[in-house]
Design a protein. Structure first.
Length: 299
């Protein structure tokens, strides 16, 4: 058994993963790797709920604000980058804290991905035209029908993610989720998985409160500053799509905010569905900090 570990903290959005990761990283005198795919982008300072400046200054973080919304990035590239970072950190650190709610990216760290198929430009253009003509609900139904595992874990308001799943299936005959390596890659470190959860009413209250605080912090202005990039993959996500719809006069502001809350709650349910399938995760409630520390050998 390797003496090197990564301690992965997962769970739904707004559950408190950031606070726990910082507390554990300080106790372990180590650094944090984020695998939240929305927090990679430096322009998303409010809607992606990244750690704040004080939190980022308290502990070294990796894969936070390391990309621009104009950059093309995917889970395959993340796997290469993150394993390199982990291996480098393990030269000096025994433990590394990994945190995030993006199940596909967590899986990239733990098990890796098989090589993805090449997508013909003709197919990609055809599917984009189909989406333009038929809309988001059509795209959601198509992906749900061919890859329910991916559909139940992703942000279904993100058409670029859904189009990716559809084009992979059309190009190869295999689902995107099937490219999670059927033969997990051997990692030179131990993996410990911690899941955070709480009762549904409390979680939904946290989500609603977070959205209200985002609006107070200037989410409307942040989204307005990104309108020229609104077709970028990185912005096809909850918290941004709804405000873009407000600026396109599809929603009133109140309707947009309520839609963010509703879509975030739905996303949290899908995150839990994904992570509940992983029997290696040890689940704790948000108030079991002592039990979590004992579980990883801190007490």
């Amino acid at each position: 058994m390797s003496t090197k570990r990564i301690i992965i903290i997962v769970g739904p959005t707004a559950i408190g993963k950031t606070n726990l990761s910082i507390e554990l990283a300080k106790a372990l005198n180590t650094e944090i790797i984020s695998c939240d795919s929305r927090q990679f982008y430096k322009e998303l300072l409010i809607g992606a709920a990244p750690p704040n400046e004080q939190e980022l200054n308290s502990i070294k973080h990796h894969f936070i604000h390391n990309l621009s919304v104009t950059d093309d990035y995917n889970v395959g590239k993340f796997e290469e980058d993150v394993i390199s970072t982990i291996n480098n950190l393990h030269k000096t650190e025994d433990d590394i804290v990994v945190v995030g709610g993006s199940g596909l990216y967590v899986n990239a760290i733990c098990n890796g991905f098989d090589k993805m198929p090449e997508i013909p430009n003709k197919l990609r253009k055809h599917l984009n035209l189909e989406f333009k003509n038929n809309g988001l609900s059509w795209l959601q139904k198509e992906v749900a029908a061919i890859d329910s595992e991916f559909y139940n874990s992703c942000d279904i308001r993100n058409p670029q993610r859904l189009l990716r799943a559809l084009e992979v299936y059309k190009a190869s005959g295999n689902t995107l989720s099937s490219y999670k390596s059927n033969k997990p890659k051997i990692r030179p470190f131990e993996i410990v998985k911690i899941g955070l959860d709480t009762d549904r009413a409390e979680l939904y209250n946290r989500i609603n409160t977070r959205v209200d605080l985002m609006m107070e912090a200037g989410l409307l202005e942040e989204v307005e500053s990104l309108i020229k990039f609104k077709d970028k993959n990185s912005l096809q996500t909850v918290g941004y799509k709804e405000i873009f719809d407000f600026y396109d006069k599809k929603y009133s502001l109140e309707e947009a905010v309520n839609a963010i809350k509703q879509n975030t709650r739905r996303f949290a349910k899908r995150q839990l569905t994904w992570f509940r399938k992983d029997k290696e995760i040890k689940w704790f409630s948000t108030d079991q900090i002592k039990e979590i520390k004992s579980f990883i050998g801190l007490l």
